[in-house]
Design a protein around this ligand. Sequence first.
Ligand code: GDP
Ligand code: IMO
Ligand code: MG
Length: 426
Amino acid sequence: MSNRVVVGMQWGDEGKGKIIDLFSKEADYIVRYQGGNNAGHTVVVGNQKFILHLIPSGILHKNKICVIGNGVVIDPKALLDEIENLRERGIKVSNKNLLISEKAHVILPYHKVFDKLREEKKGLKKIGTTRKGIGPCYTDKVARCGIRIVDLLDREIFRKKLKENLDEKNEIFRSLYKFKGFNFQQIYKEYCRYAKKIKPFARNCSVLLNKAIDKKKNILFEGAQGTLLDVDHGTYQFVTSSNSTAGGASCGTGVGPAKIDEVIGVVKAYTTRVGEGPFPTEFSPKLMSKIREKGEEFGATTGRPRRCGWFDAVLVKHATIVNGTKSIVITKLDVLDDMETLKICVAYKYKNKIYKISPANTNLLNECKPVYIKLPGWLKDTSVVSQYKNLPSKAKNYLKCLSKLVGAKIYLVSVGSERQQTFNVR
Ligand code: GDP
Ligand code: IMO
Ligand code: MG
């Protein structure tokens, strides 16, 4: 393996956790570069299911170093709880296998409350965020008033920055949201306790990763969310607040783009999305509940039912372009086993105009009607298939069609949540 970015190619939940876990075997470092505990990455090992939110999905492997990069936003309590939960389940977590960038930004209680109040105020126009404080924390980062791990670790700097933030934010809370505001001492004390526990993990991770690359170590970059949730390349404003595309791996770790060798996209064999926003290929209610049930499409972080729809080749093609993806992994093919006919969206139609590239205008995308091609289903159980050659020919046909339409080679196919339910495409 070389230095590889694994990125979601749709609206998240493509099965990145499973694929990262598989690729971790060949990696030395597994690195999260953006997002926070809005992510929920599932790894199934035998009869055990792990859902990782902030900690890289390589943590289940021995002798690997997991890194939370500078581009990630960290809720200290969520991180410490996650570490504790893993330890309770017999997974060793220490600063021998988990390191945190001192430049990562910290999610504070006011970020979470802002997230909630802003969503409530928006009413029907809400984004449908995970309410983990992600957007408000990135807002502060860009506004240059954020608090980083390195600031949290210095009591005096933390005191000063927290005070400055609360002075401003409490006023906004009171005047705009009629919310009572936050008590300085309470947050200060609580976060100083977290700081003590987090200190042993904090490092200059950019230096560390670049040194590792000099020593020919293999780095696996774990994308969270997906391309269509990227703040620049996604379906704005119904996106998250970070660059979840492959480019984010460089900024979010301090590893220059020239040191990254490969970008692998994870693509679900159909489409899902949690939260609000345009979804041209969304199923009708009947089909929605069928696929949701079969694919167990409920949010790994919030438990919300995921919206489901047909494969949208227009959007995934966009994802292959903006990520520079040449290889993709197709997941959840087995979920389509009972479908007599499959539809793939190859273009959109709006007022007699055909769009082969998704429009940047979100309102227009919302109005677009998908143009479909139809393919016959295979009506066979693929979850038991362990080699590409044994897939039903109609399933191979579906995969070939996806590959051609999105302009990327299929590298792996996944037909179940377990490690062994994966095979190469030769
Ligand atoms: P992530 O956020 O991209 O890591 O994906 P999630 O973990 O949120 O959601 C993917 C879900 O699909 C998880 O429950 C996985 O265990 C499951 N999964 C992954 N690959 C497959 C597959 O090929 N088939 C089936 N049926 N489930 C899968
Ligand atoms: P993984 O890594 C799916 C969605 C939310 C909402 C929007 C903004 O598991 O694929 P945020 O809380 O980030 O401000 O919410 O983004 N969202 C995800 N959807 N998978 C995720 O992560 C997501 N992380 C955020 O539902 O629509
Ligand atoms: Mg997920």
